[in-house]
Design a binder for this molecule. Structure first.
Ligand code: NAP
Length: 288
């Protein structure tokens, strides 16, 4: 019998509002594992020391969040091929004294569409708002699932073009279009979209009340509107889409499904649907 508690945790700069400790502690408790999940709030300049320190201390695994998802890759011994393509990691696993970097955001993004909304992504056209780290995971997931057209709108078009360059050779069958936020193109692309995904922080607690889309834009009712933001529950974009009759999804499910895969990478257990639903309802109650 091994009585030693294994430690996993979260590395980030601002963790006061993070739901990851709550999610992982519920997984740990549900499976009665001798693990503990701790938040490690660190300054950017201490990232390297923190990762090597965690390795030296025998910490079993870490989640990595904003702003460390790209920079942490520098300190890994091995990087999973999907994470390599997305160019970001959010999960570190320690195996045989080596650090392995993974990205579970892309699976976390697509699982709720399949499991909670019964949507198959193949042949669906998507509009993605934003071109940062989260957008790269989203575009990777959509292209992997064989979406034929992905239109990326971003404040700076150069960053959108960079995402296109990143994935163009990996997914030659997928047409990736890039735009700055010009109303005419937005309306044209949204009119043809099955999925509209917001990956910008507009509408989150940092940008309360803001909608990434101009008021004049009309949403086709067939489009599913997915906002990666998980607090508030209904961003202005989701409220507007809901009133318009669109099916909507916020970022809470993505958060739980990416956590479930990290948990699997550390423990070998993929949390069952019962505990996922239970945590989701716990989080929803906390907010109300
Ligand atoms: P990021 O790398 O900083 O990218 C942010 C993106 O939003 C960039 O494209 C940026 O455009 C755009 N943006 C930022 N401020 C803007 C503004 N005032 N007006 C217009 N565009 C603006 O951040 P990220 O890691 O991709 O995260 C983005 C969001 O996704 C955050 O709200 C985060 O919480 C959420 N997220 C959720 C989950 C989940 O599990 N639910 C997972 C990951 C991320 P520029 O390129 O022009 O700067």
């Amino acid at each position: 019998m091994n009585l030693m508690t294994l430690t996993v945790g979260l590395l980030g700069e601002h963790l006061e509002n993070s739901l990851s400790p709550l999610i992982h502690r519920n997984f740990i408790c549900h499976y009665s594992l001798n693990y503990c999940y701790l938040p490690f709030q660190i300054k950017t300049e201490n990232l390297e020391k923190a990762i090597y320190g965690a390795k030296a201390l025998g910490i079993q695994g870490l989640n990595v969040t904003i702003p460390f998802k790209e920079k942490s890759m520098l300190f890994m011994d091995n990087i999973d091929p999907a994470a390599e393509k997305i160019r970001a990691i959010n999960t570190i696993v320690r195996k045989n004294e080596k650090l392995y970097g993974y990205n579970t955001d892309w699976n976390g993004f697509k699982e709720p569409l399949k499991k909670e909304m019964d949507i198959k992504l193949i042949d669906k056209r998507a509009v993605v708002l934003g071109a940062g780290g989260a957008a790269r995971s989203v575009v990777f997931a959509l292209a992997e699932e064989r979406c034929p057209v992905i239109s990326i709108f971003n404040r700076s078009k150069d960053r959108a073009s960079e995402v296109k360059r990143n994935f163009h050779n990996i997914f030659p069958q997928c047409e990736i279009r890039t735009f700055s936020f010009r109303r005419k193109y937005l309306q044209e692309e949204i009119d043809n979209a099955d999925l509209l995904i917001n990956t910008t922080p507009l509408g989150s607690w940092y940008f309360p009340g803001q909608n990434p889309l101009p008021e004049e834009i009309k949403l086709p009712s067939k489009a599913i509107v997915y906002d990666l933001i998980y607090y508030p529950d209904r961003t202005p974009l989701l409220r507007w889409a809901e009133i318009n009759g669109n099916r909507i999804l916020n970022g809470k499910e993505m958060l739980i499904y990416q956590a479930a895969e990290s948990f699997y990478l550390w423990t070998g257990i993929y949390p069952d649907q019962e505990i996922i639903t239970k945590i989701l309802s716990k989080i929803n109650k906390m907010e109300n």
